[in-house]
Design a protein around this ligand. Sequence first.
Ligand code: PEP
Ligand code: MG
Length: 575
Amino acid sequence: MSFTLHGIAVSSGIAIGHAHLISHTSLEVAHYVLPKQLVAEEIARFDAALLATRNEFTSLRSNRPTHAAAEFDAFLELHQMILDDPLLSVAPRDMIASEYCNAEWALKTQTETLVAQFDEFEDAYLRERQTDVTQVAERLLKQLLGQPGHQPSPARHDVETILVAHDLSPADLIQFKPHQYAAFITDVGGATSHTAIVARGLNTPCVVGLHHARDLVREDDLLILDGEQGVLIVNPDKLILAEYKLRQSEWELERKKLKRLRTARANTLDGTVIELHANIEKPEDITEVKENGATGIGLFRSEFLFLNRDHLPDEEEQFEAYRAVAEGMDGQPVTIRTFDLGGDKQLNGTKRVANNPALGLRAIRFCLSEPQLFRTQMRALLRATHYGDVKILIPMLSGVSELNQTLQFIAATKQSLDDEGIPYDREVKLGGMIEIPAAALALSVFVKKLDFLSIGTNDLIQYTLAIDRTDEEVAHLYDPLHPAVLRLLAHIIGTSNRFNVPISVCGEMAGESAYTRLLLGFGLRQFSMFSAQVPNIKQRVLTTSLPQITSLTQKILRADDPLNIIDLLEKLNAA
Ligand code: PEP
Ligand code: MG
């Protein structure tokens, strides 16, 4: 029987293959009371399973595929931390000892307590981490039951195989990678789940949140997975299959063609040079930056060095990370943003800000309120400027007094390096992120005092439309094409160009080809995006003639009606 399921598309591409089902170890376990004399033995069984699970993580970390995204390590580290949480590693032992219950029962009870704690978090991201807790507990449970890992049978070599699971942890994905699955499908998970992020990093089509795929699909069923639309077609008829085979070969051809653009310069048809830079989170990401032909780093989100850890990186560790990127980019520009912590990115152990974290002590506000932390980072950054073309970018500036305070802070830090005879680039360029409407509207102060600007469209849209970007209830209102957003963008880009201050966009809009011509038409000449998006945007640039798009872009800018704007944008992109 043929049927179709819809889920959340998280990693694009089309896969056609036969289903391989992964059994789901639910935490349905036997409950029994032990005779007192067997309690020590049961505790030893639990300890052995715990040790085996720890070893499994250690081996996964040391054998991580070289092409794996930097996030892998962070995920595995997170799962190791969860495993070491006393509620998973100590409380079950105590429960076995005091209540004489079997190890599986004790583990299940304590896992539920831990999951309930995560459920209390207001923050959607932290709440979602309860999935990680369950995944770690399942891994431990499998050891107890004597069936470590998912132990997938290798993918068949004669046919493509698509892995179907109720849920997959990031660690599972790493294990499955060598088996060369054509795609991953899960019943649960959201777009921000770790599994989704890892699948994207593996460049493997993936759809999550399919609800009942694991129950409805049978082993070896023929599947089509459209990772762009989030559609799963089970046992398609001949016609549909033929159509998707065609789409798949077109998609693959397109990818191959795009790859060939790696070394091509991103010039428009009329010969204007456009810079396509990459956004990174960790030094390891620069391998992918080069593979995709980005010509610099437009945004290094340095705060990722600070997350998921109990001890913050000291000056030396930060310096080494920044220097590695500076040297690794062989003289190409590297823009490092000072840490944008606060808001939805909290340090371990920091009390969460009460009501409106996005409007609270975040980014530069947080930096200025924590001078010790800020000074450490600024020293490391300035020292790294000696090893490459490093620029410093300040996030979330709102007004002149904050800017002046920051400039004074940097001057004082430079002075301290001078006093110690430590070298740094005295001409280091300092830029500001324009992501608050107030900064966009009072831009003259920024263009006069800073060397370059970068527009954070993710936040600019959030703050312009008063839409919390982490709140799924209002996600449908998040609109890059809102006339207010477009006018702010055109104003920022136009003003910066008039003052000859280099301007880039480093928010998500820069990596979406639907907006490339619009931004070019507003006068943008520098984009920064996830590395994997660079070839696609380059292709759009290569097929654009600036003189041809100017009048349509201006028309879009004057339009008020959202439908009219969408219509005009389609025309612009079709030209
Ligand atoms: C942005 O706001 O667009 C941006 C690039 O910064 P972040 O997404 O890290 O807030
Ligand atoms: Mg931002």
